[in-house]
Design a protein around this ligand. Structure first.
Ligand code: SF4
Ligand code: MG
Length: 332
């Protein structure tokens, strides 16, 4: 398969402080130089605790917020270089599903109108053709014609998310960024929405970037997963590798918190020290060193780069990328 999306050195920095008194300008590095590739038809997971930059990454990819630097190649074309008009056209191909479908659906409009709006904005079809498209959309997300004349508040959370998905699908996109699409839903409803997303992917050949804060949600739906910590990707691997042989100490800790029904496979829960530092005050060296059970001297001063440690498995940790560090930790 060929890549649909190539993200190269993507950055999103927010300036903090005024610099009035001659201090140098400081930045919150919400997304700090991340690179990854997503194949056509793949589901690529972006996972990490709140504030790690995963939502900012999702929005920067679509230029719903403007990246500070880097490139986003969609079918080989750099999205970050598009004019506003060209970007508006490109948005047909790249849509987003939000965590909270209630706040993202206009409460004053019927479902019919909510679904028709993107079609009108992009000049798709006649009124009659649009109606036929909407009838089909409401059907593929498991709702009925009678729902079209109702308002968002008349639906349950799961149904509202189905409407949010229908809206994202209306322009027949190639890529959908799903930003914690099931986090706000009851656990019993989550798997229904995940199953729906999987069915739609198969039917329409969609590519997903699936954002989640815990590794249990992405386990079923993703092909590969990137783990983020403080604005950077610390590990990328095929799902099976990530779950069976996680390398980065942060991934190991996240996974140890995922409930494991098989007691033979259950490893001991790794409790991390302290809280995630503020992104405004990210530690130098390895940003994880203040909480890492394996931290070494080199980790306080030198930032590990994401590097391939195994076929298709990338990790940003001195234990893997610096032979001397591994030696000093007694692992070599
Ligand atoms: Fe831990 Fe050092 Fe690896 Fe960072 S580089 S994860 S601090 S061992
Ligand atoms: Mg978020």
């Amino acid at each position: 398969s060929e890549p649909l999306l190539q993200v190269e050195h993507l950055k999103k920095y927010y300036p903090i402080g005024s610099g009035w008194f001659g201090q140098s300008q400081q930045f919150v590095k919400a997304v700090d130089d991340i690179s990854f590739t997503v194949q056509k038809g793949e589901t690529f997971g972006l996972v990490g605790e709140s504030g790690c930059g995963k939502s900012t990454t999702g929005r920067s990819l679509l230029r719903l917020i403007e990246p500070t630097g880097g490139k986003v190649l969609f079918e080989g074309e750099d999205i970050t270089a598009l004019s506003p008009e060209a970007l508006r056209k490109k948005r047909k191909d790249m849509q987003i599903v939000f965590q909270d479908p209630f706040s993202s659906l206009d409460p004053r409009h019927t479902v019919q109108r909510i679904l028709e709006e993107p079609l009108i904005v992009h000049g798709v079809g006649s009124a009659k053709e649009r109606k036929a498209m909407i009838d089909r959309l409401i059907d593929v997300v498991g709702l009925t014609q009678s729902h079209l004349q109702r308002y968002p508040h008349q639906f349950s959370g799961g149904q509202r998310q189905r409407i949010g998905i229908a809206r994202a699908l209306s322009l027949q996109p190639k890529l959908i960024v799903a930003d914690e699409p099931v986090s706000a839903l009851d656990v019993s409803i989550q798997s229904q929405v995940v199953n729906l997303l999987q069915d739609l992917q198969e039917e329409f050949g969609l590519t997903y970037i699936f954002i989640a804060h815990d590794l249990s949600v992405v386990k079923h739906i993703c092909d590969r997963v990137a783990v983020m910590y403080l604005g950077r990707i610390v590990e990328i691997a095929d799902k099976h590798k990530l779950y069976s042989a996680p390398q980065h100490p942060y991934t190991q800790a996240l996974l140890s918190a995922v409930p494991e029904p098989d007691p033979d496979k259950k490893s001991e829960r790794i409790i991390l020290q302290g809280e995630v530092p503020s992104p405004a005050n990210a530690p130098v060296g390895c940003a994880f060193h203040t909480r890492c059970p394996m931290a070494m001297e080199v980790c306080r001063t030198h930032r590990p780069e994401l590097a391939e440690t195994d076929n298709g498995h990338l990790t940003a940790c001195h234990l893997f990328t610096d032979a001397k560090a591994a030696e000093s930790a007694g692992l070599a």
